[in-house]
Design a protein around this ligand. Structure first.
Ligand code: ARG
Length: 404
């Protein structure tokens, strides 16, 4: 410990791990610990976290509803890019950490704390995301990561510590944890234990917010999503707040078995890991957003976006939300969305969300131009002939050289 820590703000879920951490911080640092519990739409009761923190003698207990901020300022800006990590992962955990870090820092400043602490383990991505965000926002604030510092090395040792310090252990937490879950309004992620062998099928009971597509209703459901400047704003004509809209789409998507993903991904730290994701609303929105972009974006603008997308997704995955390069790419992405407005109708059916129609007041689609019938717009078929002749010049030259 380089300097004496006076006050720590802990990202506190109220669960067993962070309760042990809370106790450990109080014992190890002998200073005041402030708890911060965020509602990101994970679906857990948050009031029990207050009672639990109070039991540990915490005087400054903060429980904050971040659902709207999460969707409006983090999820939607990311969706504008159609971000997918390694072609498939919608980044549900990755995008929540910078928001948590932002509030840890804000509370630390307000409460006059000189350190923040988190319960992310030493092998995962989340420690990197939280800490890089804190570095970028508040370079003078120290970060304490108990999982890297203490000598608790296993679940059993954690339970032992809890027992020794009279920390209540819920009966379903007595044995080994079946897996690690991270949930918010965008997704639920499940990793570890039963999933660690990628050759092994994921058991059905790990899914928590989507039905198996096989069991989804036999009748499709049709919904219309309205977009304004690249962001979804309405459902079936009804204007909704970002969090309300995503909540509703999660409901619909979950019922139709949309957005399940069983993935082996490359972690930032170097190892491969297998996880199961459920992103019902996000999956519908990503497809719908591509649908509205398909009629409103210029071709080169769209292709440029698609080129930078993997870079942008990787930045978010690697914890660089608050880095200058993410900000620069965001400016480019946001600039592209000025005319991405209109409506997309989607069919939800047995695990799939498909675009079935799209309209926009700013559409670039010209039926007159593309029609097989005679069109009124000046399009000279001979232009196509010249275009192909020029495009083919180098190919003919190359083919002759190759003796064809
Ligand atoms: N692998 C995912 C990511 O890096 C999820 C991490 C958090 N999930 C968890 N179950 N602890 O974004």
């Amino acid at each position: 410990m380089a300097r004496k820590i006076e006050k720590i703000v802990l990202a506190y879920s109220g669960g067993l791990d962070t309760s042990v951490i809370l106790k450990w911080l109080q014992e190890t640092y002998g200073c005041e610990v402030v708890t911060f519990t965020a509602d990101l739409g994970q679906g857990d009761e948050l009031e029990p976290a207050r009672a639990k923190a109070a039991m540990f003698g915490v005087k400054d207990i903060r429980i904050v509803d971040l659902r709207e901020e999460f969707v409006r300022d983090f999820v939607f800006p990311m969706l504008r890019s159609n971000a997918l990590y390694e072609g498939q992962y919608l980044l549900g955990s990755s995008i929540s950490r910078p928001l948590i870090a932002k509030h840890l820092v804000a509370i630390a400043r307000e409460a006059g704390a000189d350190a923040v602490a988190h319960g992310a383990t030493g092998k995962g991505n989340d420690q990197i995301r939280l800490e890089l965000a804190v570095n970028a926002l508040a370079p003078s604030i120290e970060v304490i990561a108990p999982w890297r510092q203490w000598n608790i090395r296993s679940r059993m040792q954690l339970l032992e510590y809890a027992g020794k310090h009279r920390i209540p252990v819920p009966s379903d937490k007595r044995g080994e944890a079946p897996f690690s879950i991270d949930a918010n309004l965008l997704h639920t992620s499940t990793e570890g234990k039963v999933l660690e062998n990628p050759a092994e099928l994921a058991p059905d009971h790990i899914y928590r917010r989507t039905v198996d597509p096989i069991d989804a209703p036999d009748a499709p459901e049709i919904v219309t999503i309205g977009f304004e400047n690249g962001d979804p704003v309405s459902l079936d004509g009804q204007i909704m707040t970002p969090a309300a809209l995503l909540t509703q789409l999660n409901e619909l998507g979950g019922r139709h078995g949309i957005g399940r993903l069983d993935l082996v991904e490359n972690r930032c730290i170097g190892m491969k890991s297998r996880g199961v994701y459920e992103t019902p609303g996000g999956t519908i929105l990503l497809t719908a957003h591509r649908g509205i972009e398909s009629i409103t974006l210029d071709r080169a603008a769209m292709h440029l976006k698609d080129e930078i997308m993997p870079r942008y997704a990787e930045l978010i995955y690697n914890g660089l939300w608050f880095a200058p390069e993410r900000d620069m790419l965001q400016a480019l992405i946001d600039r592209s969305q000025a005319f991405v407005s209109g409506e997309v109708t989607m069919r939800l059916y047995k695990g799939s969300a498909s675009v079935i129609s799209r309209t926009s007041p700013c559409s670039l689609y010209s039926a007159d131009l593309v029609t097989f019938e005679e069109s009124s717009i000046a399009y000279d078929h001979l232009d196509a002939e010249g275009f192909i002749r020029l495009k083919g010049l180098r190919l003919r030259n190359w083919a002759v050289r190759n003796g064809r």
